[in-house]
Ligand binder design. Sequence first.
Ligand code: ADP
Ligand code: MG
Length: 229
Amino acid sequence: MFLTLENISKSYPPAGARRRVVLSGISLQVEAGESIAVVGPSGSGKTTLLNIIGAMGQPDEGRVLFKGEDTTGFSGPQLAAFRNRQIGFVFQQHHLFPQCTLMENILIPTIPLRDARLKAESSKRGAELLKRVGIWEQRYQKPAELSGGECQRAAVVRALVNQPSLLLADEPTGALDHKNAALLAELLFELNKTNGLTLILATHDLRLAARAERVFLLENGRLIRRPRA
Ligand SMILES: Nc1ncnc2c1ncn2[C@@H]1O[C@H](COP(=O)(O)OP(=O)(O)O)[C@@H](O)[C@H]1O
Ligand SMILES: [Mg+2]
């Protein structure tokens, strides 16, 4: 199995009278190349869940198995390598560095790569992706000179430059206007279909969610499978 969540629980704060259960015994199996949407109101735990899947946060209980390996036990260089090589993250805000050009921004994940061949491959892929998402002409411009949609597409390129097998997208269209949101959705699902990229996205946008193969509602700490609209 590509990804297995085993009985994941998380509360804030972890103990005490004010403890609130955010995730309650979540289990899920994801096949390579699948697309999954998690919907739910603000505060329902979508970001918490995605962060745990991407080893950006630890569950209180449970395990995350990525290609059979328990990532909740990773630390130090193993954790850094896992995040850098296996997972791409896209957020609601693009988080590009304002002082860097688009080209510089998308190459940031290649900085820790030690292997010269891998580094060169990633750079080449970055250039190809910039062309594919339609911002190659803008590659020497800075984020402030570009639209929100263009910056978000650059953020997707940056997330994919090291060819991760899993893309986690947390409200990726949340800050975009209708047209750019549609373009970004098109891009994410095209990458999922043509590149075999596994896609897990959290969103409020039910139309975006409906494009995923499986849709789950996160409610009261549990994932409930929804029929596709
Ligand atoms: N680091 C944190 N410390 C305390 N509470 C947190 C923290 N992160 C999230 N929470 C709480 O957990 C709940 C779920 O948050 P979140 O995962 O961001 O939900 P969503 O992404 O669905 O809006 C919220 O009540 C939030 O306030
Ligand atoms: Mg969130």
